[in-house]
Design a protein around this ligand. Structure first.
Ligand code: PLP
Length: 290
């Protein structure tokens, strides 16, 4: 792993990141059978820690994994964040991962659980700073599927991320930085790693989770901060035309935070007069979310 990386297991012990940790038959590695979270570390502190642990518990329940030991995860997360700040310096943002898998194929009664922290990747820092170009891709799902097909685990943040990464590589081959997925009936869903928010005038709009979108902790922090500051928000279905006719499009997530989409399907998008507002609302939202 990169310099200044940290690995902490749930017994609280720190491990040398260059030493192997998993067994070869870990079901997370061989089947993607598990869930994860990515959490921003700033000033030696995991941000929105409560929200991430709550979502981890929800993902674990959807997967039929044992309920995560909240106190142990909390302690491991705090220890890892402090160790990262000591190694990298308080001014360096860290990307912390919570990893929870079904454990070994030969002993699936004991889940695998650990926390890692590394510096936020350059790709994410560039997206924060410069924005991104994106293409829309069909996810092939109906917006109704999330309600009717719980085995698809659509509200869970699972380790089965190969499709998301393949979509991102496909975008790169087309010369784009990121992807916005649409449903089979042509509703805007989400990006492979982020929630879509648009501005319509001075109102911030995001599509409903019930359409098969992961409930984002960052968009919730953004909307909470918007309510506090009197900025209007709405949760409603979005159509591809909303990605073109608008006053700004952003991809919102814990590590990248706010990436403005400046180009969609090869065409420049209109200016985003709310860009500074969205950024500062998200900054205050993530500081104030437990
Ligand atoms: C993690 C993730 C997000 C963003 O969630 P945050 O809690 O804001 O980081 C959005 N969509 C998908 C598919 C994700 O995996």
């Amino acid at each position: 792993m990169a310099d200044a990386s940290v690995v902490v297991t749930l017994d609280g012990s720190a491990h040398d990141p260059s030493t192997p940790l998993l067994y070869a038959d870990d079901l997370g590695a061989v089947r993607g059978d598990g869930c994860f979270e990515t959490v921003l570390v700033r000033g030696g502190r995991p941000l929105k820690a409560r929200a991430h642990l709550d979502r981890l518990a929800g993902s674990a329940a959807a997967l039929g994994l044992p309920a995560p030991n909240d106190g142990a995860w909390w302690a491991a997360m705090e220890r890892a964040a402090v160790l990262f700040a000591e190694a990298a310096g308080e001014g360096v943002d860290g990307a912390l991962r919570l990893v929870y898998t079904r454990g070994r194929e030969s002993d699936p009664s004991t889940p695998t659980a650990y926390v890692t922290v590394s510096p936020v990747p350059e790709r994410a820092l560039a997206a924060r700073r410069d924005g991104v170009s994106a293409i829309t891709l069909n996810r092939g799902y109906s917006t109704e599927l999330a309600q009717n097909a719980p085995w698809l685990l659509m509200g869970a943040k699972t380790l089965s991320y190969a499709v998301n990464m393949a979509a991102t590589r496909y975008a790169a081959e087309q010369g784009a930085d990121d992807v916005i997925f649409t449903s089979s009936e042509g509703r805007v869903l989400e990006a492979p790693r982020a929630t879509v928010v648009i501005a319509r005038g001075r109102t911030l709009v995001t599509p409903p989770d019930e359409q098969g979108i992961l409930p984002g902790t960052s968009v919730r922090a953004l909307f909470d901060a918007a309510h506090d500051k009197g900025v209007e928000t709405a949760i409603e279905p979005l159509f591809p035309v909303d990605l073109v006719m608008n006053d700004g499009v952003w991809l919102i997530s814990s590590i990248t935070l706010c990436a403005r989409v400046h180009t969609l399907n090869g065409r420049a998008l209109p200016d985003a007069p709310m860009d500074e507002t969205v950024r500062s609302l998200l900054e205050s939202g993530i500081e104030n979310t437990p």
